[in-house]
Design a protein around this ligand. Structure first.
Ligand code: 13P
Ligand code: SF4
Length: 319
């Protein structure tokens, strides 16, 4: 505990000395989330992290999350230094969407507007007309659909299917999935719902359609957190990375949160819904990147400015 306190204090001092801000996602280590808030940084969903990093006057950002979040921060603020505790913290959606193959998919369908999820590399974003996060995807696709545009969507097929079903848009889907959300099981969730009839079910739309169909609320991490204070229910079944429960508990300390069942469930692991890449972020890693300036995001300037356009389009739309 003494070591952790010392590490926390070291981070607080280094952030101040370097005019740096800590930007964290709701799935990372609870201590890092708390530290981000205590030091005037931010904890948020992907869209909020992008906005915060771009608007904040800090000259340095430390992004505790996965690679695409650090890259997005750098694309939006090329003049800032952006560090991550571990540059290998990736995402199965990003890994499952290689830029060359995705470009070929786009080239084969030139009449379609290309909409990509934020969980992608800078190269894939550079090929897109629009970038969206889960919190703004429905609104942007509704807008494009109303303009009569046909869409090419990548990479998450579950989120794509959900949006297609909600909006009726013509969407050609890349077949990617998130290794965490893809594991939620509908039959077991239906049983859990029956055993807890008062509980409301909160589902991130990266989950399979049969799981989404059982949800009371579907949305981004921020939207799911909002639901725990807005809904009168006192218990919630949570189908997303369990790191989110820290903020839910803070916002609603008297409510109960039950992990939605996953395929990997066992006696020792009730829900295996933890993103292995988000878990690569910890106090020691944050202290280390501030101390040694390792883990810096470096991005080709021309690539960054191509990827900026579709991200800016999203931010301007969301404003
Ligand atoms: P949010 O934008 O909803 O925070 O989602 C990011 C993510 O990676 C979910 O798995
Ligand atoms: Fe990517 Fe899934 Fe991890 Fe989110 S939870 S960062 S989508 S692998």
């Amino acid at each position: 505990q003494q070591d952790r306190d010392a590490c926390r204090q070291l981070i607080v001092d280094l952030l101040e000395q370097q005019q740096a801000a800590l930007v964290a996602h709701y799935y990372v280590d609870a201590e890092l989330q708390d530290l981000a808030l205590q030091t005037g940084g931010c904890v948020g969903d992907s869209l909020e992290m992008a906005r915060f990093g771009s608007d904040h006057p800090a000259t340095t950002l430390v992004v505790a999350g996965v690679r695409f979040m650090g890259e997005t921060a750098k694309i939006l603020s090329p003049e800032k230094r952006v560090f991550m505790p571990d540059l290998d913290a990736n995402c199965s959606l990003d890994l499952g969407c290689p830029p060359d193959a995705f470009a070929a998919f786009c080239d084969a369908n030139p009449e379609r507007t290309v909409v990509v999820y934020a969980n992608t590399s800078a190269q894939v974003k550079a090929r897109a007309d629009w970038v969206v996060t889960s919190s703004i995807a429905l609104e942007i696709v509704t807008y494009l659909h109303q303009r009569g545009e046909k869409l090419l969507w990548g990479p998450d097929r579950h989120l794509g299917q959900y949006i297609q079903q909600q909006t009726g848009a013509d969407m050609l889907l890349w077949q990617g999935s998130c290794l965490v959300h893809n594991e939620f099981k509908a039959e077991e969730l239906a049983d859990l719902k029956k055993a807890n009839p008062q509980a409301r079910v909160l589902v991130h739309p990266e989950s399979p359609a049969a799981v989404v169909a059982l949800a009371d609320v579907v949305g981004s991490t921020s939207k799911l957190i909002q639901a725990v204070t807005e809904l009168p229910a006192t218990s919630f079944i949570v189908a997303t990375d369990q790191g989110i429960v820290h903020e839910m508990q803070k916002q609603a300390p008297n409510k109960t949160f039950i992990a939605a069942p996953t395929a990997g469930e066992s006696a020792t692991c009730k829900s295996c819904a933890f993103c292995p890449w988000m878990a690569m972020n910890g106090l020691a890693g944050v202290a280390n990147c501030l101390q040694t300036h390792s883990g810096e995001i470096m991005l080709d300037t021309a690539l960054g400015s191509r990827a900026l356009k579709p991200i800016k389009r999203m931010l301007d739309f969301a404003a």
